[in-house]
Design a protein around this ligand. Structure first.
Ligand SMILES: [Zn+2]
Length: 453
């Protein structure tokens, strides 16, 4: 079995990829059939497919007032009791997280597993609760990030754009304008290399152009003004379109999809590394893709992804992968849903919305993952799919489901889930769960961090 097949099923970051490839090389002398069994344990067998998620123990929304009245009112405003439960859980988990972070990797600056992710959580807490003590914590953590930048990667989640963007916002909030401007200027210095694509820069979210673009979007969201002129976003989208057209032609895929993207020689589909994350950004208004290319290039590419849907309503991690296994934000319906809802907004065709609703069903059935409570591949990240549906429809069913997933998250650690490699980080661990519980306090303003617009 090729290494990449192992990695793509079980992971979404280069770090994990390296770890896995080390494991694979260390057992390379095994007989092939034995190797197959070892690698596949926990990954590909039918039995294991069923044990990737825990059975959803909650009754589904039934439309009755009794079903939701202890959670939120008819306008979607959380009850004081439920909001109080969320807030006290947030405090409790925060103190666990602070304790746990004492043994975290001091040199990891990233938003995904490192200090920028923790800083982003505190910035979020300060935005929602309005407490300056949280802003001070954000400053402490992002300052650590600035001291150990990768000087290699350029994205929000895994590169230097995240630390610079979060620091710019934190300094700005603290009235330290000069430091904020310095961070912004350093962030924009990366722009040229992103557009030019030095060193075969990919296009996906975690390590590629979209991941840099998301940091510029973050700045404008947080400053609530067009601090970064849209032409910066437009130039990146031009480069992404050119890259996608080029690869589609090179691989003779034009008949199927006018745009095509790869990461580590795979055509990933999910939000973190793949096509749907890229198309979600290309369909945003103001990014200069324009009506003609939205119809000629993006729409048929979105439609090609739609054809990859499994009978269950879930989506594969890669083109050509027929195993319906993963229900994560990084791979599968919980990440694809954002592209579908955006396609529904942009093109107005009902079928995108129908597919998005089906993603919601998949998440409800199979979204309480054994991998834990995190954002990237955990229950909290999956619950954001319900919030996206709720914001799109205002149907209380989706808010109800998000609340039930929050109840699951509030029983953190009681379901026998696996402990992630970075158990307190934003994208794999407890910080992400806290981020989600905080977002649920204001469902209509919620956004999957570093991704959703
Ligand atoms: Zn993941």
């Amino acid at each position: 079995m090729p290494k990449n097949k192992v990695c793509r099923k079980s992971t979404c970051s280069v770090l994990q990829r390296k770890r896995l490839s080390r494991i694979v090389s260390s057992i390379a002398s095994y007989p092939r059939n034995r190797l197959q069994i070892d690698i596949e344990s926990g990954h590909t067998t039918r039995r294991n497919m069923e044990t990737r998620a825990l059975k959803n123990p909650y009754a589904d929304y039934d439309g009755s007032p009794a079903c939701t009245q202890y959670l939120f009112d008819p306008h979607g405003k959380l009850t004081a009791e439920f909001a109080g439960r969320l807030s006290s859980k947030i405090s409790e988990l925060l103190s666990h997280m602070e304790h746990g972070l004492k043994s975290a990797d001091p040199r990891d600056c990233s938003g995904y597993t490192g200090w920028t992710g923790i800083a982003l959580l505190y910035l979020h807490l300060s935005n929602v609760f309005g407490e300056t003590s949280f802003l001070q914590r954000a400053l402490d953590y992002v300052s650590r990030s600035l001291q150990c930048l990768t000087r290699r990667w350029v994205t929000f989640l895994c590169g230097d754009a995240g630390p610079l963007a979060v620091a710019a916002v934190v300094y700005y909030r603290l009235q330290r304008r000069q430091e904020a401007d310095e961070c912004l200027s350093r962030l924009l210095q990366l722009h040229r290399s992103v557009v030019m694509g030095k060193g075969s820069l990919p296009d996906e979210l975690l390590y590629g152009r979209i991941g840099y673009l998301s940091s510029l979007v973050f700045i404008n969201q947080q400053f609530e003004e067009e601090k970064i002129p849209m032409q910066y976003m437009q130039q990146i989208c031009e480069a992404i379109l050119a890259s996608g057209e080029h690869l589609s032609k090179k691989r003779r895929y034009q008949e199927k999809t006018p745009l095509l993207y790869e990461w580590y020689q795979e055509y990933y589909v999910g939000a973190a590394h793949g096509l749907t994350g890229i198309y979600y950004f290309l369909m945003q208004p103001g990014f200069g893709v324009g009506e003609e290319r939205l119809l000629r290039l993006v729409k048929p590419s979105v439609d090609y992804v739609c054809q990859l849907k499994f009978p269950s309503g879930n989506f594969p991690p890669c083109i050509g992968d027929s195993r319906d296994l993963l229900v994560h934000w990084c791979h599968g319906s919980p990440g694809v849903i954002y592209m579908l809802l955006q396609a529904h907004k942009v093109y107005g065709e009902e079928r995108y919305f129908v597919d998005a609703l089906q993603c919601g069903e998949v998440i409800w059935q199979r979204g309480l993952l054994k991998k834990g409570y995190g954002l990237c591949h955990g229950a909290a990240g999956n619950a954001y799919g319900f919030l996206a549906l709720y914001k799109h429809t205002r149907d209380p069913k989706h808010l109800y489901r998000a609340c039930k997933f929050a109840e699951w998250c509030m029983d953190y650690g009681k379901h026998g889930c696996r402990t992630p490699d970075t158990p307190f980080s934003l994208f794999e661990g407890m910080a992400g769960t806290i981020y989600f519980l905080t977002d649920l306090l204001q469902p209509l303003r919620s956004k999957f961090p570093a991704f959703e617009m």
